[in-house]
Design a protein around this ligand. Structure first.
Ligand SMILES: [Zn+2]
Length: 308
């Protein structure tokens, strides 16, 4: 009931004005991960069975604030908005969505107001168009109230390549990646502190989930592993981690899965047997392994069976 009321309130009022400190309750708990860079840590859970799953956060410039992802519900987005008010009076000017998954962007509506520009990959609008209806349906079930399609907020500025956003004395680089975790992943680097929000290009603790290309994901991770970053914020796992060490677990998991699925296909093994057998020894290494491993094997098999 609390969720219903907070979401209804937000749907009616969040779009017009930012919250004031006096009106802010509840506020998300955020942790500083670098100077004027904050993260609201998520916790491992299945999408639509909880909100507050993904790591989301914001970067404070001298002029305004860039938000990176908004969480899995309008209420969570509003709590993040309130956490920003607890840190600075500067307005939010950008909301950058790392990709389409609902645990990262269903809080967007809480930030939809004059002066806020939504930013995403050039392929994000297509992904939202394809999945928006099902997200709306599932989110309505979760919140036990019929949500309006306005909760699906499309980017006003799309990125292909790299775009730099000036938030006042501070530049935020936004990079569009080739198909990896999804076919439209975005990473964000705060150039002042060399802190990067990598979205779901990097998972820690929570099993990586393939919704794009296993070969592409390995390639993108190998490419950015050489970058001189101080810290990164993974999409799932701790609020911040060292780089490039943080890429290790995701990269090892993906290359191991790729090699095993390739060998399975070469030996004439079918998809069902691959899903029953591949990777099972790793079940204790990752949270949500049982939920996503068979799905990952299926995605990898579908991609790799057509190689060469
Ligand atoms: Zn994701």
């Amino acid at each position: 009931m609390i969720l219903q009321l907070s979401s209804l309130f937000c749907a009616l009022s969040c779009a017009a004005t930012p919250p004031t400190r006096a009106s802010c309750s509840p506020s998300a708990e955020v942790v500083p991960v670098a100077a004027d860079v904050y993260v609201r840590p998520g916790h491992a859970a299945v999408v639509f069975e909880s909100d507050e799953i993904a790591n989301i956060g914001f970067i404070v410039g001298e002029r305004c604030v860039a938000v990176v992802d908004t969480g899995g519900s309008i209420a969570e987005g509003r709590a993040l908005d309130c956490a920003i008010r607890g840190v600075t009076d500067r307005p939010v000017c950008y909301v950058i969505n790392t990709h389409v998954h609902p645990d990262h962007l269903l809080g967007n509506l809480a930030f939809q107001r004059p002066g806020v520009e939504f930013v995403g990959h050039a392929k994000l609008p297509r992904a939202l168009a394809l999945r928006g209806d099902i997200y709306l349906e599932r989110a309505s079930e979760y919140e036990s109230t019929q949500l309006h399609e306005s909760i699906i907020v499309f980017p006003e500025r799309t990125v292909a390549g790299v775009v730099q956003l000036d938030i006042g004395g501070r530049v935020v680089s936004v990079r569009a990646h080739e198909s990896a975790h999804t076919d439209h992943d975005i990473s964000i680097v705060d150039e002042q502190t060399k802190t990067a929000f990598l979205g779901d290009l990097v998972f820690l603790e929570h099993l990586p989930v393939i919704d794009g290309s296993i070969n592409g994901w390995i390639g993108e991770l190998e490419a950015i592993s050489g970058e001189a970053l101080a810290y990164v914020v993974p999409g799932h796992g701790p609020a911040r981690a060292h780089w490039p060490a943080a890429a290790g677990p995701t990269l090892q998991y993906l290359t191991g899965l790729r090699d095993n699925v390739r060998a399975w296909i070469a030996d004439g093994g079918d998809l069902a047997s691959a899903q029953d057998n591949i990777g099972t020894a790793q079940s204790e290494e990752w949270m949500l392994f049982d939920r996503y491993q068979r799905r990952n094997v299926g995605a990898a098999y579908a991609e790799l069976e057509w190689e060469d």
